[in-house]
Design a protein. Structure first.
Length: 554
């Protein structure tokens, strides 16, 4: 169940959270014959985000740890909102994250015929009935948790009449909303989901996967337990909001006489400085406030991938967040920390200058034609590269101060710095334009062998070989940690106007060979990835994450 970018996913021996404990106990006691079969069941009505990654890592991870299998199933019971585009993106994202479902790929719609037959069985047994109350009328009949509801006037219909109506519903005799099929459970239950919930509704809409065969569609709460049972899912893990739905999940399994899948709930992932609601993400995309679902500022998996976030970092992040029964807000700095940690080990090093200041070296005769730089000091196998050198360089403007503030250790008149991979540069003067602005720094060069003591190392690029490239500096999409925390305020009012800045940087020539998806550390600047917009010899780079790590372990 691995992906080429992550050929071997190690079995973690980390947080012994409550779901790990339950599954370990089930395996130990031989429940389900010691088998572990899980599933990841996304609804194909949008793109996956990092909250789904937590569920993916849990579902596939529990199967991997226990020698089991994890199914990928499209929960496509609502044809109005679903699309093949989303189905394809889901499969791509799960594979990219490092998992493979093997032969176990399914659609809920594949089971529509069986679901219908089970519903007919409930009708025959007097456990379901056709109801003609409108949605507004049902709100009144259902009541509130502290008071019993009222029984539908159609609740006492004979099973034969209900079955005839239900079959005619399938045949398309009635318009949308005219009738529904309800389970006959308990109108006095304190759990509103058990007060004769809807099992089927009429929708004269073609289905993206099943075609135009159906105009009668099952509700999620009815379909999901049947899907799990038919696939003999042993451990069905859902987010916490489905806890109140579990009695109905169990009711369907018991009354349809199905395999006893068990549902367990865990807290969903919430992350600072972003929104995780599909509806709100769709709003950002449709209003063109971002540049599509794969905008690197979004928490979507395709957006994180385009930004250059490695899948291994997301898996590590999900493991660190852990699995609990209580809702919490996770600091995005933890995700950034996991990304830095992974990229520090795996990203190639290169030099790029985002705000160039020219440097003229006066002792040009003493200069080497090129210098050698390590591709990754964390990985000796990564080797080295040649970096052209010369009498004119570009450095970051912030790395020079004509009048340095206290404790400024970078380049200034009369002071020296180490040039990364090259030698030492001592500032001897500056050149200014007519307006008095510094346009160049002059200096002398000395090789590494010279006994010069400095307190700073700066990066550079050679003027004669440096090439301009587009660099996109991404930042937080929102200016506040919880943009949708105050329901009285439009979450879009917290959008960060500086979430994307584009600059033209000068880079060392080795970076011109970057392919889309290649990841680099621009030394002393940050981690960057070549964007999908890159062309041969003309890469475009996205900032994945800055070098500074603000996250501290508890």
């Amino acid at each position: 169940m691995n992906h080429p970018e992550s050929p071997e996913i190690p079995v973690p021996a980390k947080n012994m959270h409550f779901i790990r404990e339950i599954i370990a106990a089930d395996v130990r006691t031989g429940k389900y014959g010691g088998k572990v079969v899980t599933r990841f069941p996304p609804e194909p009505n949008g793109y996956l985000h990092i909250g789904h990654a937590k569920a993916i890592c849990l579902d596939f991870g529990m199967a991997l740890e226990n020698g089991g299998e994890c199914h990928l199933r499209m929960d496509d019971t609502n044809p109005v909102k679903e699309d093949v585009e989303y189905t394809d993106s889901i499969k791509a994202d799960v594979r990219w994250l490092g998992f493979d479902w093997g032969p176990h790929y399914y659609h809920a719609s594949d089971y529509f015929e069986q679901m219908y037959e089970f519903a007919c069985g409930l009708v025959r047994d007097g456990k379901a009935y056709v109801c003609e109350l409108t949605a507004e009328q049902w709100k009144e009949y259902r009541g509130i948790p502290t008071e019993p509801g009222k029984e539908s006037p159609f609740r006492t219909r004979a099973p034969e009449e209900n079955l005839d109506l239900f079959q005619r519903m399938r045949a398309g005799e009635f318009p949308d909303g005219a009738k529904v099929l309800r389970a006959k459970i308990d109108m006095a239950s304190p759990n509103l989901h058990m007060r004769d919930p809807v099992l089927y509704r009429i929708l004269h809409t073609p289905h993206p996967h099943a075609g135009d065969k159906w105009c009668l569609y099952p509700m999620y709460d009815y379909a999901h337990p049947i899907e799990d049972a038919l696939e003999q899912i042993t451990h069905s893990m859902c987010t916490l909001e489905f806890e109140v739905h579990r009695p109905l999940y169990d009711w369907v399994i018991q009354n349809c006489g199905l395999f006893p899948s068990q549902q367990m709930e865990f807290a969903r992932l919430s992350l600072t400085y972003t929104v995780m609601s599909k509806r709100k993400l769709l709003e950002l995309v449709q209003q063109k406030l971002v540049k599509g679902w794969d905008d690197p500022r979004l928490p979507t998996l395709c957006g994180l991938r385009r930004r250059g976030v490695p899948p291994a970092a997301i898996r590590e992040f999900c493991e660190r967040v852990g699995i609990t029964k209580y809702d919490s807000l996770t600091d995005v700095a933890l995700l950034d920390h996991c990304v830095r940690d992974e990229l520090n080990r795996t990203a190639r090093r290169a030099m790029a200058v985002l705000d160039p200041l020219r440097v003229v070296i006066d002792n040009a005769a003493d200069l080497p034609a090129s210098v050698r730089g390590a591709n990754n000091p964390e990985d000796p196998a990564a080797g080295e590269r040649d970096i052209p050198f010369g009498p004119e360089l570009f450095i970051e403007r912030d790395d020079f101060a004509e009048i340095p503030p206290p404790k400024y250790f970078r380049l200034s008149p009369g002071k020296a710095v180490r040039l990364r991979n090259a030698g030492f540069l001592t500032c001897t003067g500056v050149e200014k334009d007519a307006a008095g602005q510094i346009v160049a720094v002059r200096g002398t060069f000395a090789p590494m062998s010279e006994p010069i003591k400095v307190k700073a190392t700066i990066h550079w690029v050679p003027a004669h070989a440096a090439k301009p490239v587009e660099v996109r500096l991404y930042d937080r999409l929102f200016t506040v940690p919880e943009p949708d925390g105050d329901k009285t305020v439009d979450f879009k009012s917290h959008l960060n106007p500086d979430s994307l800045k584009t600059v033209t940087a000068l880079v060392e020539p080795s970076l011109l060979a970057a392919q889309p998806g290649d990841r680099f550390q621009f030394e002393r600047v940050g981690y960057f990835s070549a964007d999908a917009d890159s062309q041969p010899g003309a890469p475009v780079f996205n900032r994945t994450v800055t070098l500074k790590d603000s996250w501290k372990p508890a």
